[in-house]
Design a protein around this ligand. Structure first.
Ligand SMILES: O=C(O)CCC(=O)C(=O)O
Ligand SMILES: [Fe+2]
Length: 337
């Protein structure tokens, strides 16, 4: 697969090895820092961790079964929340004019993991061991990545990134299970993909086997497709790491758009969203102070209605982008922490 329309497949994303990061291999940790400074987007090679790869497989079969259920059954898990429960298609604005998004999601929050139980329905509760084991794994890996980044930047004590995430929190860290259903051939799709955005939290650990993910490349200033690689996660830096890093770490503007006009098969993604503790504070690139909870709540409102709440397009993409181009000031944070 070389291109889709005028969108090229990225050839430049760095690959970082989980086993080498775990072993604190210095050159791998330097590569990690470099990837997060340049792109805020990288492949994490998980092939050394067969247990994690098996969990990925198991999660996929469970979520396929879950989403197959009728809408009214899934709606019993709807909690009107952005970080746990079921959300139907079209909750947010879509990437194309006059469209809403083309995915449904089930979120299992780390708060439920810490509590040791979920109050969602039986079809979720019966798989909670698997979901909780995955949350534990993804949380440990993302915190380990933060620790390697903190060390590479020479951060100590309470200024280390991990220290914004200590238990018992609370935080909005959550596991998101997403399905972009195949489009019906008959009608022109009105629910498509996932609008451009930067992630709200600190790091995202994303597993997706199918095409569709694109990012705005800081090198080419174009949308580039991310090739799904077996045994590899995508790690991306979110607003709540870029801002507290004083802009030293980059965040990536990304979106999901079907390769052709229609989504030709069901697309699944599994995302662990690591987020700061609710009361952690940082400044955005205009110097405004936010709590992590405040930023999360505001940005999720924006996702639903960017055209009214974010007419200048600042918040959706973390002040990094205008009209599908990255802005010069995007990496600078006025008031570094
Ligand atoms: O579905 C995907 O591959 C990406 C999802 C995403 O970017 C998000 O949920 O923040
Ligand atoms: Fe995202």
């Amino acid at each position: 697969m070389a291109t889709s329309g005028s969108i090229v497949v990225s050839r430049s994303l760095p690959v970082i090895h989980l086993d080498l990061l775990r072993a604190e291999n210095d050159s791998e940790c330097k590569k990690l820092l470099n990837a997060c400074q340049t792109y805020g987007f990288l492949y994490l090679d998980l092939t050394s961790d067969s247990e994690l790869c098996k969990q990925w497989e198991d999660m996929l079969s469970v979520i396929k079964q879950y989403f197959k259920q009728p809408l009214e059954v899934k709606m019993q898990d709807a909690r009107g929340s952005d970080n746990y429960g079921y959300e139907p298609i079209g909750t947010e604005e879509g990437p194309k004019p006059k469209t809403r998004d083309g995915y449904e999601s089930l979120k299992i929050s780390r708060r439920e993991f810490l509590k040791g139980s979920t109050d969602l329905t039986t079809s979720v509760r019966s798989e909670s061991d698997l979901f909780f084991a995955f949350i534990k794994n993804a949380h440990t890996i993302t915190l380990m990545i933060l620790s390697r980044l903190s060390s590479q930047l020479g951060l100590t004590g309470s200024s280390r990134f991990e220290s914004y995430h200590t238990d018992p929190g609370p935080s909005f860290s959550t596991l998101g299970l997403l399905r972009y259903p195949k489009h019906d051939e008959a009608a022109s799709p009105t629910n498509v993909g996932h609008n451009k955005h930067t992630d709200v939290g600190s790091l995202t650990f994303l597993l997706a086997r199918q095409w569709g993910l694109q990012f705005l490349s800081p090198e080419t200033q174009r949308w580039e497709l991310v090739e799904p690689r077996p045994g590899h996660a995508i790690i991306n830096v979110g607003d709540s790491l870029r801002f507290p890093s004083g802009g030293k770490l980059a965040s990536v503007v990304h979106r999901v758009v079907p390769l052709k006009e229609r989504q030709e098969e069901d697309r699944y993604s599994i995302a662990y969203f690591l987020r700061l503790n609710d009361d952690a504070m940082f400044c955005d690139s205009t110097g405004k102070t936010w709590t992590a909870k405040g930023w999360h709540d505001f940005k999720f409102d924006v996702f639903k209605n960017p055209s009214t709440l974010d007419a200048n397009g600042q918040f959706l993409t973390g002040m990094m982008e205008e009209n599908d181009r990255l802005v010069e000031s995007g990496h600078k944070i006025l008031v570094a922490q």
